[in-house]
Structures are given as structure tokens and as C-alpha cells.
Write a protein that binds this ligand. Structure first.
Ligand code: ADP
Length: 486
């Protein structure tokens, strides 16, 4: 299958969250299965700065818009050991600046233009560069307009993957028009609310297939509680949303061969984990107390990640026989919550930054990994932490519900338990879960069993990649069947 992946982030080039892990690992998995995969990204400043070797393709694309438009130079990554052809859409006036989507002052005001231009230029470039396209795979609002730009007829099939409905790319209608989205791609009434139109909404209506990143989230987004206003548009489609749980890159996230760790370890020999914990405590300025459990959280500091519950518990955290480390960056309000807790409480420490090495250290050095997310389409950290023998403590929603087996006595008895899952998004439920963790910590043999059950689980892309592959093949089959029927 000739596949074009349109992504606003992908490791190792540009990342703000799990989307970057997913687009990259999925592309590589599909290429390894023998498919032809081209991955397109905007050429952000941070990609230039990271020293990625970039070469020319000789392709220039003009994207028209009211009052001028843009010239996009299409470049490519010189080194690709993964079998994926990585291309960059280079429009310095749109992408050569700080921040993928925004900076300290908030979202970039021209995001509609930036990502409409990226999507259009990438599609045109993909047409000219390759030997045909079977499937265009879009991710989130940033490339959700691809099905509209492609139109119908003999256009490639389109799949839109919903990674997080909280981000919909909603802009005033005139801004969208100025961004070069032609009027004939007219927005439906469903996607136009008080003069504001949503890129994601438009894509949901037009894509040939919709997928999302866990089976539970696929059901949740049909409800007002989790649909963020799009539940009606999604439910109105003739097909159902396919939930495919993400995998993780098991070579990047491997406690037995992780270059960021002071000591490596495995399921058969967990001893190196103790040094990771000591190093974590030291790096975060916490007392070196092996007897106290460490709870770690690595996340974008935004409402979704359950920081309101952490805030509500507040000084109670200081009374628990435990230590807490927070690594994250995001919105000021949520950064302030963890920063202030860390200033007030000696057993809480926070680093407000994005730091790959520290993320690995928290995964390895903590005893429990906190993910009290209000909602979580899939979540990667609960899988990563299981792989690192660090027991996830999660709110049982979305992908968290699909990937963590609660340590009830029944699940413990059959060796299935991999974490702690609470129901109901409130502070008392989180309090219950923290106490549950502390009690588990007092039962070392049982805790080791839970750690090992998590380490045994297979979170590789093997199963997920196969499901995307089947989906793409099935789409082409239906196409062929339709042609045959004519
Ligand atoms: P989301 O996609 O909502 O951000 P996920 O759990 O799916 O959440 O993925 C988060 C990814 O981003 C993980 O790989 C995590 O380690 C990484 N990450 C988040 N915040 C940071 C940070 N401050 N420093 C380093 N890595 C981070």
C-alpha cells in the first residue's frame, strides 16, 4: 500500500506529546511490513536547530490564498534507516519560529493558515514525488482538511485518526477563508458554530474512515461527556469509529538497554531499578529514602492530566509517607499548581521543562506512575511505565481503562494485575488510589508480582500496526470491489 502520513509532529524531529511517538512508530512499522510510507512534517525551527540533515527534492509547491499565498519548498531527511521517506514542508514565514503550535503568549494566531498550507502543500508534493498514493492518513485537526483538499473521484482513500478531541482547530470563518481553504469546500452547518469553523469537524465528516487510539475512547467520544461537542457529527457517520490501541517504541523504551539510565534492569533482574530510584531522588533534590515509595508524573501540564485533583489534595500529599516528582510543562495555571506544591512540601519536587532524559529517569526510578487524567484517548506513559516495572495509577478512562488491570485481590490471585485504577474523577477517588498504592507498597512480594506482570505485557506496535495495515487494505479492497461492480 502506498501510504502518505501527514503529521504535525513525529520523533525524533518534533514533539510535544504522544502524537509524535505514534506517527513515527506507526510509519516505521508499516514500512517494515513492506508498505511504501512517506511521512510529511512542517519544517519547524526546532528541526533545523536539532541539526537534522536535510536535503532538497527539487519540488516547490505554490499554495494560493487570499492576498498572496505561500511558496513551499519540499525537503527531505537525508538519513532514514527506517524505510520511511521523511519529507518536510518548508515555509519559513509559517514554521521558522519558536513553538510548534504556540509560544509563551499562547497559540500562534495564524495556525489556521499554517496547517492548511502544510496539508495542501504536502498533498501536492506527495503526488509529484511518489509513484501514486493509495491512502492518505491524517492525524488530528492539523491535517484533517486533507479529505476536503483531495475531493472525491479517483482521489486516494483517506483515514483520519483522532488522537484527542480536546483540540479541534476552530477558527473564525474569515480566518479560514484567508488561509486559502476555498469556499467551495463549504463547511457544513454541523461544523460552523457562531461563525467559527472546525478543521477536525470538517475532516470527520469527509474522511473515508475514522479511527481513534483506543477501543474505550471510540465509545466514549459518542457521548457528550467526552465528545467535546463532536459526538453528533461522529455518530452521524454511516460507519463506526475504529479504536486501535497505540503501541510504544519498545526499542526507545527498554529498561534493559536505556542509555539515559544510571543502571539498566530487566524482569529477571530488577536490581538496577534501586539505583535509578536513588538517582531520581538526588536529581529532584529529594531525601535518599529507599523505604519511601516515589510517585512520578511526566506529562503536558494541562487540564486533561488531572492536575485539578492533585491541587485539591494539596497539603495532604505532604502528610503521606511517600515522595512525588512532577516533570512537565504546559499551561501557566497548571505549572503553578505543581511548582507551588513543590515549594511548600519537602516530599514533592517538580521540574517545569520538557526533558527526554528526565522522562526516562522518572519512568525507571519511580515506584508508581501517576496518570489521574480526566480523559485519556490512549496514553503512552502507562504502557511505558509498565515496561519499566513502575506501577501505573490511573483514572480508568479511555486507553487507560484498556491497558491497566486493577490490582484487585481477584486479579492479583491470577497474576493479571498490572496497576491501580480508580473510577470517578474526584479527589476522594484519587486519595483512595494513593492509599491503595501505599498498602501495596507494604506487600513487597505482591508489588513485585504486579511490576513483573506489567513488564511481561506486550506494548509493541506489532498488533496495532497490523490493524492499521488491515484497515488500509480493506479500504482499497472495497474500492476495488466497487469498481468491479461497475
Ligand atoms: P499526551 O499525548 O496527551 O501528551 P501520552 O501519555 O500519550 O500523553 O504521551 C506523552 C509523551 O510525551 C510520552 O512519551 C511522555 O514521556 C512525553 N512527555 C510529556 N511531557 C514530557 C516532558 N515534560 N518531558 C519529556 N517527555 C515528556
Amino acid at each position: 500500500v502506498r501510504i502518505v502520513e501527514l503529521a504535525s509532529e513525529a520523533v525524533p524531529f518534533a514533539k510535544t506529546g504522544g502524537l509524535a511517538d505514534v506517527t513515527s512508530a506507526l510509519s516505521r512499522d508499516l514500512a517494515a511490513r513492506g508498505h511504501r510510507v512517506s511521512l510529511f512534517l512542517p519544517l519547524y525551527r526546532e528541526i533545523r536547530r536539532a541539526g537534522v540533515e536535510i536535503g532538497p527534492t527539487g519540488v516547490r509547491v505554490r499554495v494560493p490564498a487570499t492576498g498572496g499565498g505561500w511558496e513551499a519548498e519540499i525537503r527531505r531527511a537525508v538519513h532514514s534507516d527506517s524505510g520511511v521517506d521523511v519529507y518536510f514542508v518548508d515555509v519559513p514565514s509559517l514554521f521558522d519560529r519558536e513553538g510548534l503550535y504556540g509560544d509563551a503568549g499562547g497559540d500562534h494566531p495564524d495556525n489556521a493558515a499554517r496547517f492548511a498550507c502544510f496539508t495542501r502543500a504536502a498533498l501536492e508534493a506527495a503526488r509529484r514525488l511518489g509513484d501514486g498514493i493509495d491512502v492518505v492518513h491524517c492525524h488530528d485537526w492539523q491535517s484533517a482538511l486533507a479529505p476536503l483538499f483531495l475531493g472525491s473521484g479517483d482521489a486516494p482513500k483517506t483515514v483520519l485518526t483522532l488522537h484527542n478531541l480536546a483540540y479541534q482547530g476552530v477558527f473564525p470563518r474569515e480566518v479560514v477563508a484567508r488561509a486559502g481553504v476555498p469556499a467551495e469546500l463549504a463547511w457544513s452547518a454541523d461544523c460552523d458554530s457562531h461563525g467559527q469553523v472546525g478543521f477536525l469537524c470538517a475532516g470527520i465528516r469527509r474522511a473515508d474512515r475514522l479511527t481513534t487510539v483506543s477501543p474505550t475512547y471510540a465509545r466514549e467520544i459518542l457521548t457528550p461527556q467526552y465528545g467535546f461537542g463532536l459526538e453528533g457529527v461522529i455518530s452521524a457517520r454511516p460507519d463506526t469509529v475504529i479504536g486501535i490501541l497505540n503501541g510504544i517504541d519498545t526499542s526507545l523504551w527498554d529498561p534493559a538497554a536505556d542509555p539515559y539510565l544510571p543502571a539498566t534492569y530487566s524482569r529477571d533482574d530488577l536490581s538496577g531499578k534501586a539505583l535509578c530510584k536513588r538517582t531520581l531522588q538526588a536529581e529532584f533534590g529529594l531525601a535518599a529514602t529507599p523505604e519511601l515509595p516515589v510517585f512520578g508524573q511526566v506529562s503536558r501540564l494541562v487540564e486533561q492530566k488531572g492536575l485539578a485533583l492533585i491541587e485539591e489534595l494539596g497539603d495532604e500529599l505532604g502528610e503521606l509517607p511517600a515522595q512525588f516528582v512532577f516533570l512537565g510543562s504546559g499551561e501557566h495555571r497548571f505549572e503553578a499548581i505543581v511548582r507551588e506544591l513543590a515549594e511548600r512540601l519537602p516530599n514533592v519536587s517538580a521540574r517545569i521543562t520538557f526533558d527526554e532524559r528526565l522522562a526516562h529517569l522518572v519512568e525507571a526510578g519511580a515506584d508508581f506512575f501517576l496518570m489521574p487524567s480526566r480523559f485519556e484517548p490512549c496514553g503512552l506513559n502507562q504502557m511505558i511505565s509498565q515496561r519499566y516495572g513502575t506501577v501505573p495509577l490511573v483514572h480508568a478512562v479511555g486507553g487507560l481503562a484498556d491497558s491497566v488491570v486493577h490490582a484487585s485481590e481477584a486479579n492479583l490471585a491470577i497474576g493479571m494485575a498490572t496497576g491501580i485504577a480508580f473510577r470517578g474523577f474526584d479527589a476522594s477517588a484519587l486519595r483512595w488510589a494513593l492509599r491503595f498504592a501505599l498498602e501495596l507498597y507494604e506487600r513487597p512480594a505482591v508489588l513485585t508480582g504486579v511490576r513483573k506482570a506489567g513488564m511481561r505485557a506486550d506494548w509493541s506496535w506489532e498488533a496495532s500496526g497490523r490493524r492499521y495495515e488491515r484497515l488500509f487494505q480493506a479500504l482499497l479492497e472495497t474500492e476495488r470491489e466497487a469498481i468491479d461492480a461497475e
